[in-house]
Ligand binder design. Structure first.
Ligand code: GZL
Length: 334
């Protein structure tokens, strides 16, 4: 009991200082179903931000699953800034939470804070994005997608299109790429997977590649610059739906037909992306499942109970063409 009182006192101060910093949103704490009795689990969750439809769905899944599991959730939104995530994790350590989980906004710069959590005997579960730490004892498990495979699926679809229906008379395919957040695991890995698949048809070439930071506005601005700088773009490969939707706005403003004059391939399969796919403005979407909440809470209970858990838990996901999107749209959860 004393531990929790001390922690509560500390958290009030820290929450105040966090709020005072103004950089990130103060933590929110959803009371658990059990009223925070001694045996309930408290999780500190440091979220990337609210940059995309995928992230919003991921946050909803984590918050709803914590409530359903009777786990008290201290939630922090880092607004896509690593320093805010680091601050939140250190606050969770001060508050002596039972388990910490976060989606690292970028791959690098986590070893020190993970060591601090380890020294405080607080287990860490990574979700969604990975870290580049070589010491895998710094976290108990990583729950999330295989981003290289997602990029590969996107590239393999394009290679198949190229074989089946030449995009240009000479068979050449000019691609522009809207990258995710610089340094983020999904951005690094999706690019790697796409380029790997493209090798099957050397006539497919990436003429320009730039980060749109996973946001709709970022995708629109970068696509506007590509349309000015590049002649005869055939395909846009966007690392997420939101940047692809921004690209659609730019393509239409330039008087071209997205999905026809310029084909668009994206990753995520959130509702807005799937709607554009069903309408024919996007040509192919590789799914990246944000509904990680239930699996995360199961892992958290096992980790707090000192049970063994897998170092890596992969999420199941598929891909959609326009016909599949029309059939799936009504039943999509996010
Ligand atoms: C992928 C996730 C990415 C999504 C984007 O798991 O980290 O971040 O693809 C989101 O939509 O912003």
């Amino acid at each position: 009991m004393v531990k929790r009182l001390m922690a509560a006192a500390t958290s009030l101060v820290l929450a105040g200082s966090l709020a005072a910093c103004g950089d990130d949103k103060p933590e929110t704490s959803a009371a658990s179903g059990s009223g925070g009795s001694g045996d309930s689990i408290t999780m500190g969750f440091a979220q990337v931000g609210a940059e995309s439809g995928w992230r919003t769905a991921n946050t909803k899944s984590v918050q709803e699953a914590a409530k359903a599991a009777g786990i008290e959730l201290k939630f922090s939104d880092a607004q896509q800034k690593q320093e805010n995530q680091l601050k939140a994790i250190r606050s969770f350590i001060q508050q002596k939470v039972d388990v910490i989980s976060f989606s690292p906004v970028v791959e690098t710069g986590w070893d020190t804070v993970l060591m601090e959590a380890k020294r405080a005997n607080i287990p860490v579960i990574l979700t969604d994005r990975a870290v580049d730490s070589k010491d895998t004892t710094l976290y108990k498990s990583f729950l999330g997608s295989d981003f290289v495979l997602e990029g590969k699926k996107a590239g393999e679809w394009l290679v198949k299109q190229g074989d089946a229906a030449d995009v240009n008379k000479d068979g050449s395919v000019k691609v522009v790429e809207l990258q995710g957040t610089t340094g983020a695991a999904p951005a690094i890995d999706r690019k790697e997977g796409f380029e790997e698949a493209m090798k099957a048809n050397p006539k497919i070439a990436i003429a320009a590649s730039q980060t749109g930071d996973f946001t709709r506005d970022g995708g629109k601005k970068v696509m506007e610059s590509f349309l000015k700088a590049q002649k005869d773009i055939d395909v846009v490969f966007a690392h997420n739906d939101d940047m692809g939707l921004g690209a659609i706005e730019a393509i239409e403003a330039a008087g071209k037909k997205p999905g026809k004059d310029i084909q668009i391939i994206t990753i995520d399969a959130v509702k807005d992306g799937m709607t554009a796919l069903a309408e024919g403005k996007i040509n192919y979407i590789v799914e990246c499942n944000p509904l990680l909440g239930p699996q995360l809470m199961d892992l958290a209970k096992k980790v707090v109970a000192k049970q063994d858990v897998p170092q890596r838990v992969l999420t199941e996901e598929t891909a959609f063409d326009q016909a599949a999107a029309k059939a799936a749209l009504a039943s999509r959860q996010y």
